[in-house]
Design a protein around this ligand. Structure first.
Ligand code: MN
Length: 451
C-alpha cells in the first residue's frame, strides 16, 4: 500500500529508528540547515524539530538524507527502484478527486496571507533569505490545459511575494512564456509535505505536456487524490500538509538569489519570476517539510537521482537493449555525471550509447560507459574501469558548445558547455585480460569479534 501522506511515512521512519525528534529549541536561520547537513554527512536519520524559535509549526528535515530513506519512500530496493520508476512512466495513472480535503482544514486568503508565519529556513551562509525548497509547483499550460508538476526554488520576499527560478527550457517557464504572450498571470499551486512518491515523481524529465502527478500515480499503483484549490484553477494532493496558492505575475522580474545550490556552489542573484500569493491552506497541526541542497550528497541529490536514472534508462534501452544500468552520481549533482553499464554486442557500440546519452535533454556533461561486471554505484570500481579499460587517445569524446546545465559554475558562457564521454569498456573483439578473482569468497563469513 502506498503512503497516503507525509505523516504515514514519518511514522514508518520513526518506527524503524530512522527519525529522531529534536526537542531543543532551534533557529530557522542556519541551525536547522546545520542539523540536516550533519545528518546527511553522517548518513544519519531524518530529523523532526519540535520546537522552532518563534513558530508553532514543527519542521521535518533530512527526510531523504540518505539512499535508504529514499528507497523506503519509494518502497523499493536499489536494484528494483529504476524499474519501478520506468513502470510508473509507462503506466501513468491520472489523479482522482478526493472525498475529503485535509489540506484545506484551515484556509487563509487575501490580506490575511502571511508567508512569514510558515517556518521557512535560511539554509546556507550566503543565501539571500528564507527559501522554500521542497514545494512541488503545480501549473497548467494556458492554451492546452496540460499540467506540470516539478520543484523550483522559491525565495520568500514578503508576506505574499515569492521569487521563483525556472529556466527557459523548463516546463514551468514554458507555460509562463505562453501566459505572458497573452498578458495573463499564470495560476500556480505549491503543496508542501506529501506522500513522498509525489516529490520523487516530480523529478522525472517527462515530455512537455505530461503530468508528473500521473507518473506518481503509476509509481504508487493508485491515483493521487486531489482537491480543487480555493483561489486558483488547479488541483493539489488532498493530504498535503500546506498549500500555497498564487499567480505568477506576467512580465515581472525581480532579483532572486543567491542560493546555495545542488552543484555545491551558490546560484547567483538574477532577475527571476515573481509569485503573488492569494491563499495559504493547511491541515490542522501541519508539519513543514524542509529540504537541504548544497554540496553533494544531500536529500536533493537523493530526490533527483532515481528519476534521472529511470528516464535515461527507459530512453536508451529502447534503442540499445544492451544497456544494463544507469547511475547519476551525486558527485555531478545527480544530474551532470552519468555512468552507464552495458553488455557490448558490437564494436563501437559503447561510443554510440555515450553520444545518445550526451544528447539527452536532461543535459548530462560527463558520461562514462563501463562493462556489465562493474558496480556502477561504487566510485572506486568505476574509476578502476576508467583507468584499466580505457585509452585516453582512443576512448574519450569531447564535444564543445552544447547547451548545458544553467547552474554549472565552470563554463565561460552561461548555459554553453563542452561535454565529455569516456568509453571505459573492454576493447571489443580481442581477448581482454581476465579480472582477478578468488574462488569461494562469497561463502566466507567473518566472525563478529563482539559475539
Ligand atoms: Mn514536466
Amino acid at each position: 500500500m502506498p503512503f497516503q501522506d507525509l505523516r504515514q511515512f514519518l511514522d514508518l521512519l520513526e518506527e524503524k529508528g530512522e527519525l529522531v525528534r529534536i526537542e531543543k529549541e532551534v533557529d530557522l536561520k542556519y541551525e536547522i540547515g546545520a542539523y540536516i547537513r550533519k545528518t546527511s554527512d553522517a548518513q544519519g536519520p531524518a530529523l523532526l524539530f519540535e520546537k522552532v524559535r518563534g513558530h508553532k509549526i514543527p519542521v521535518v528535515g533530512g527526510v531523504f538524507a540518505k539512499m535508504n530513506l529514499g528507497l523506503m519512500a519509494l518502497e523499493a530496493t536499489r536494484e528494483k527502484v529504476l524499474q519501478k520508476f520506468v513502470d510508473g512512466i509507462k503506466n501513468p495513472i491520472p489523479p482522482k478527486p478526493a472525498s475529503a480535503a485535509p489540506c484545506q482544514d484551515v484556509v487563509i486568503r487575501g490580506a490575511e496571507v502571511d508567508l512569514n508565519k510558515l517556518p521557512n529556513l535560511i539554509y546556507s551562509a550566503k543565501d539571500a533569505g528564507p527559501y522554500i525548497t521542497v514545494g512541488v509547483q503545480i501549473s497548467k499550460d494556458p492554451e492546452t490545459g496540460s499540467k506540470n508538476a516539478s520543484i523550483y526554488r522559491m525565495q520568500v520576499k514578503s508576506k505574499n511575494r515569492l521569487g521563483l527560478m525556472s529556466h527557459a527550457f523548463q516546463h514551468l517557464a514554458t507555460q509562463i512564456a505562453k501566459s505572458e504572450k497573452i498578458g495573463q498571470p499564470l495560476d500556480i499551486a505549491i503543496p508542501l509535505g506529501m506522500d513522498p512518491v509525489i516529490p520523487y515523481a516530480s523529478q522525472v524529465k517527462a515530455p512537455y505536456g505530461f503530468d508528473e502527478l500521473e507518473i506518481a500515480g503509476g509509481i504508487r499503483g493508485q491515483p493521487v487524490e486531489v482537491v480543487k484549490c480555493k483561489t486558483v484553477d488547479l488541483e493539489v494532493p488532498a493530504t498535503a500538509e500546506i498549500v500555497i496558492e498564487g499567480k505568477v505575475l506576467p512580465n515581472v522580474r525581480e532579483l532572486e538569489g543567491p542560493f546555495g545550490e545542488f552543484t555545491g556552489f551558490y546560484g547567483q542573484q538574477e532577475n527571476n519570476f515573481v509569485v503573488e500569493v492569494t491563499a495559504i491552506t493547511h491541515r490542522k497541526n501541519p508539519i513543514y517539510q524542509a529540504g537541504l541542497t548544497g554540496l553533494p550528497t544531500t536529500e536533493n541529490h537523493i530526490l533527483k537521482q532515481f528519476a534521472y536514472e529511470a528516464a535515461l534508462y527507459e530512453k536508451l534501452k529502447k534503442e540499445y537493449p544492451e544497456v544494463q544500468n544507469i547511475h547519476y552520481s551525486p558527485a555531478g549533482g545527480a544530474q551532470f555525471f552519468a555512468i552507464i553499464s552495458l553488455k557490448q554486442r558490437y564494436k563501437g557500440e559503447a561510443k554510440n550509447i555515450i553520444l545518445s546519452a550526451l544528447g539527452d535533454s536532461s543535459r548530462p556533461k560527463f558520461v562514462v560507459a563501463v562493462d556489465e561486471d562493474v558496480d556502477i554505484y561504487d566510485p572506486i570500481k568505476v574509476l578502476w574501469a576508467m583507468n584499466f579499460r580505457m585509452q585516453p587517445s582512443e576512448d574519450v569524446i569531447i564535444i564543445p558548445n552544447t547547451a548545458g546545465g544553467p547552474l554549472d559554475p565552470s563554463v565561460s558562457e552561461k548555459e554553453v558547455t563542452s561535454v565529455i564521454g569516456v568509453d571505459a569498456t573492454r576493447r571489443f573483439g580481442v581477448t581482454f585480460p581476465e579480472v582477478v578473482t578468488i574462488p569461494g569468497v562469497d561463502a566466507v563469513k567473518i566472525p563478529n569479534p563482539r559475539e
